[in-house]
Each structure stands twice: as structure tokens, then as C-alpha cells.
Design a protein around this ligand. Structure first.
Ligand code: GLN
Length: 485
């Protein structure tokens, strides 16, 4: 049952093959059986899930179901959930219970989805390995000595290990695509402004975007349909038509122009990962697509640019966690200064503290022009590279991550090598474009991701192009054996 896609589950629920309560119980049992090893959930909402599932079954009987009614999902612990703890992977929010639902939460529940629980993540979404979580590292379901990627590591491991059929994630510099690649699943980061950020705890406001992590592109299309759309509660959400994302999945890729940026295939890319990505591109060529060699010349500035812009925004966003307005409060403070200092020192982990310090420095008088303003200018150049490329091609392809999942602890003492995990994903966020990762093979038993980058609002195109690959290959339907080893 757990290897089915949500498209199949939706049809099964409609035809009464099983109920949402049965389906939900099946996944709750799998979580109970395997999550002590994987650690993909911070909170499991068993009772609420069974109640939602029972309501979904009634809606299905009454003929009032949407395609998502009764489908269980795992929700990244960055989205506020009314009455359920929202930790953002931090000790700072260990006991935070939001008094309202994020817009994404609200929309998924309106559509009848069943929340299994909240997934583990890097603290405040800062990381590429899910090792910065206060709630412990998440293990890769393909090899539990390896990381699942981050920051949506719990979301990706849960779907990869089939502990949930689908999940939500957020992507500021790669946090949906990179863990999707490392866990062998499909992940979509939509265009900036496509999905409301209301009630999604902010890391870097000009980069953060929510999206689905799923087995297939079709499933991602179904979930995006419910998540997307303008929200007056989020001033950065954009009022742009939401198309029917499943309607164009079967369009042909004949004549599709695929751009291959030379900067994505050079030094730093593991050769075996490169071979898998090349084989995937060959499939498209066989199906009638054309290859166009392109250049994104400012690619090598994307990681340094991001590590000025993202910390600057986070230092501002995280100032609200001071033990007074929000978050952990230290015991018996001497005075106000002591309260702020100790609450923040106790509540935030080392990676979050490092980012806040870098950001505060980059924004300080005297350094603002040299770092922050300069970074914003380079950011514009990076966007212009993509703009020029999309005059010649329909989609851009390359690897999602330079290597497969690395060992737990392998990079945790070396932030710069960790930051380079996102070398191929970060520029997409700086430009605000949509990007996807789809499973494209294995190296040493660990999954490889193919990245697809589209022009603004081209989610339908990406989903279509990804779906076509998934009709030709079956990498996406392979699942790890959690009982082995
Ligand atoms: N790995 C990047 C970082 O640590 C991106 C994280 C994300 O996309 N949330 O900031």
C-alpha cells in the first residue's frame, strides 16, 4: 500500500478499495515501526490524523471529495499548525504552539488531506544535512550511515522511506531539491511568490518558498494545485493565474530545447553522478528533445552571494526570538540584557548563531555597501544570466547535487564544504525561478537527482518534462528496504 503514488491512492479511495482511516493507520504503523531509526518526525499527530481521516471518509461517501481528500501527508515543522507544536528544528521553539494555521496548512486541510505529523529539519532551515536539528539528525533511508540532505531532510526521508506518501518542504537555497535528490524522490521549488509564506517561519524572506516532495511528478502537480495561489496575508505572494498542473503532464517533449550550462558539469561534480545525469539527458534526446549548450557565467558567485543575503535576512527575521516576544526564556535572568543574551545563547544552536553573526556583520554600518549592497548587485547579474539563457531554451538541466548522500558527520565541522552542497541549486533561489529534482539513478546504492530549472511561472512545463522522464524510467518507483541492515 505504501509504495503507491497519491494519484493511485486517490483513485483507490474514490472506488472504495480502502478507507482513509485504513490508509492513515497503515502509515502511522510504518512510522511507529521505522521512525525510531530514521527520525524523520519531530511530532506524530496520531489522534488528529485519525479524526481527519474519518472526516475525509465521510466526505468521500458524500461525494464531496477533492483529489486530495483522505491522502495522508507529512508537514515540515516550519509551518504553523493550530494547536500542534511547531519547533522549526530548534530548542528556541521547543514548546511553541501556534494559535493559527499557516496558509499552506489551511489549504491542504481544506482540500481534505490528513496530517500524519511534523517533520524534522535543520534548525530554522539552515543546513544541507539535517544535522543541525535540535531533535537529532535524520538518517537517509537508503543507508542509515548517511545524511538525507537538508534542510527538509525529515520530509524527504519520510517520503523516500515510504513513511508518508507525500510531504511539504521549503527551499531557500536548495532545501527541497537537494534532500529529494539524496533520498531518491521528486521535489519541486516553485517560482518565488507562487505559494503563500504566511505562517511559514521565515529564514530568508526574499528566497524562501514552499513546495511538495513526492514519489512522482504527477503527485507533485496534485499537491502544488492545492498549495499555490495568491494570499492577501502575504505581501510577497503574487496574484498570477494558477493553471491546471495535471492537464499538461502528457505533453510531448519533442522539440523541447534543453539548456546545459557548462558551469554545472565542471570541476567539483562527482563523475559517476555526472554520468547518471548525462544518461537522463540522453533519454530526453531519444524522445526528441534538442540540446543547447549554454553558459551561466556568474554561477561561481552564487554561493558567496547567498551567504551574504541569506544570513543578513535571517539576522533580521530571527531577532523576534528573544525570550520575550517569542521563544525560549532562560531561568532567573539578572536583568533585561541578561535575559536576551542567555535566552538566545541557550535557544539557538551553533549554525544559527553563526548565520546571525555573519548577517549582523554584513548589515552593519561601514560594511553594508561592501557586502550586502554588493551581493544584491551580483544577485541581479545571476538573474540576468538565466534571463539570457531562457531566450534560447525551454528548460535548463544539470545535477541537483554535486555528489550522492555523504556520511553523517562528514561535513559538520567544515561549514564551507557543507555550503558547497548547494552549488547547483542556490542560484535558482537568488533568481526566484522554479526548480525540480527527479530521481535519475544510483551511485553505490545511493540515489542521484536530475535538476530541471524553468523560467518564471513555468511550473507546468517542469512538471510535464519531469513526468515524461518518469514515463520512460522507473528510478522514482524504487524504494529502500527498511528491514535490511
Ligand atoms: N543549505 C542552504 C543553507 O544552509 C539552504 C537551506 C534551505 O534551502 N533552507 O542555507
Amino acid at each position: 500500500m505504501h509504495n503507491k503514488t497519491i494519484a493511485q491512492m486517490s483513485a483507490d479511495l474514490q472506488s472504495g478499495d480502502y478507507s482513509s482511516v485504513e490508509l492513515t493507520t497503515h502509515f502511522l504503523n510504518r512510522i511507529e515501526q521505522h521512525d525510531s531509526t530514521i527520525n524523520s518526525f519531530v511530532t506524530v499527530t496520531k489522534e488528529q490524523a485519525l479524526a481527519q481521516a474519518a472526516r475525509a471518509d465521510e466526505a468521500i461517501k458524500a461525494g464531496a471529495a477533492t483529489p486530495l481528500t483522505g491522502i495522508p501527508y507529512a508537514h515540515k515543522d516550519i509551518f504553523c499548525t493550530d494547536g500542534v507544536k511547531t519547533t522549526c528544528g530548534s530548542k528556541m521553539l521547543e514548546s511553541f504552539i501556534a494559535p493559527y494555521d499557516a496558509t499552506v496548512t489551511h489549504k491542504l486541510h481544506e482540500a481534505g488531506m490528513v496530517m500524519l505529523g511534523k517533520t524534522n529539519m535543520d534548525e530554522f532551515a539552515m543546513g544541507s544535512s539535517n544535522e543541525t536539528s535540535f531533535y537529532g539528525a535524520v538518517k537517509n533511508p537508503w543507508n542509515t550511515d548517511c545524511v538525507p540532505g537538508g534542510s527538509s531532510g525529515g520530509a524527504a526521508a519520510a517520503v523516500g522511506g515510504r513513511l508518508a506518501p507525500i510531504s511539504t518542504g521549503t527551499d531557500t537555497g536548495g532545501s527541497i531539491r537537494q534532500p529529494a535528490a539524496l533520498c531518491g524522490i521528486t521535489g519541486l521549488k516553485p517560482s518565488y511568490g507562487r505559494i503563500s509564506r504566511y505562517g511559514m517561519i521565515a529564514f530568508a524572506s526574499s528566497l524562501d518558498q514552499a513546495g511538495p516532495l513526492s514519489q512522482t511528478s504527477e503527485d507533485a502537480a496534485m499537491m502544488l494545485q492545492a498549495m499555490a495561489g495568491f494570499d492577501e496575508k502575504d505581501s510577497t505572494s503574487i496574484d498570477h493565474e494558477v493553471p491546471d498542473y495535471t492537464a499538461t503532464l502528457n505533453d510531448s517533449v519533442k522539440g523541447l530545447k534543453i539548456g546545459l550550462p557548462k558551469e554545472y558539469f565542471g570541476e567539483g561534480l562527482d563523475t559517476q553522478v555526472g554520468d547518471c545525469v548525462q544518461a537522463a539527458i540522453d533519454e530526453y534526446v531519444k524522445a526528441g528533445a534538442e540540446i543547447v549548450n549554454i553558459s551561466l557565467p556568474n554561477t561561481h558567485y552564487s554561493v558567496p552571494t547567498y551567504y551574504v543575503v541569506a544570513p543578513a535576512e535571517c539576522s533580521s527575521n530571527l531577532s523576534r526570538f528573544d525570550g520575550v516576544r517569542f521563544g525560549h526564556r532562560c531561568d532567573s535572568p539578572k536583568d533585561l540584557q541578561d535575559l536576551y543574551e542567555r535566552s538566545r545563547a541557550e535557544g539557538f544552536g551553533p549554525e544559527v548563531q553563526r548565520r546571525i553573526m555573519i548577517g549582523a556583520y554584513a548589515l552593519s554600518a561601514g560594511y553594508y555597501d561592501a557586502y550586502y549592497l554588493k551581493a544584491q548587485r551580483v544577485r541581479r547579474l545571476i538573474s540576468q544570466d538565466f534571463k539570457a539563457a531562457f531566450e534560447k531554451v525551454d528548460v535548463i538541466m544539470g545535477p541537483t547535487s554535486p555528489e550522492v548522500a555523504f556520511g553523517l558527520g562528514a561535513k559538520s565541522e567544515d561549514p564551507v564544504s557543507m555550503y558547497l552542497s548547494d552549488i547547483y541549486t542556490i542560484a535558482v533561489n537568488l533568481a526566484g525561478l522554479p526548480g525540480m529534482s527527479v530521481p535519475a539513478g544510483f551511485v553505490n546504492g545511493l540515489p542521484v537527482g536530475l535538476q530541471l530549472i524553468g523560467n518564471y511561472w513555468q511550473e507546468s512545463k517542469l512538471l510535464n518534462v519531469a513526468h515524461q522522464y518518469q514515463t520512460l524510467t522507473d528510478w522514482h518507483s524504487q524504494a529502500p528496504d527498511l528491514n535490511a541492515g
